[in-house]
Ligand binder design. Structure first.
Ligand code: 5GP
Ligand code: ZN
Length: 113
């Protein structure tokens, strides 16, 4: 996807503060943090949103969540707790249409659900 900001970040065409990378995922600091810790975890392959995933993405989706768990430990927020957010579709507030999971911590979050 030529026009995708996150694909450009993965390729290094747009700078980012990378925190982790492997064959499948890329994780970096959100440019406009909504909490003291605000990391985005994205697949290296372009998938617009969760609704566009298929059963073939099962391992990838699991890997993203296990990466979130690992990063929470490394960032020292696992014990106090953290929130994982995925916005899917315009009404949810999704603004970048490359699948991503927010890892938020360091704050007390109001309860939505
Ligand atoms: P969404 O609103 O789609 O769930 O989340 C998109 C997130 O991407 C937002 O929190 C926004 O701040 C972040 N973001 C948008 N553009 C960039 C960018 O160029 N670099 C970084 N690091 N984050 C970005
Ligand atoms: Zn993309």
């Amino acid at each position: 996807m030529n026009n995708c900001i996150f694909c450009k970040i993965i390729k290094g065409e747009i700078p980012s503060q990378k925190i982790y990378e492997d064959d499948l995922v890329y994780a970096f600091h959100d440019i406009a943090p909504a909490a003291p810790v605000h990391i985005l975890i994205i697949p290296k392959t372009h998938i617009p949103c969760l609704q566009e995933t298929e059963p073939t993405h099962q391992a990838l989706l699991g890997h993203i969540l296990l990466t979130a768990k690992k990063l929470a430990s490394e960032l020292g927020v696992a014990e106090e707790g953290y929130r994982i957010v995925n916005n899917c579709g315009e009404k949810s507030g999704q603004t970048v249409f490359h699948l991503h999971f927010h890892l938020l911590a360091g704050d007390t979050f109001s309860k939505l659900v």
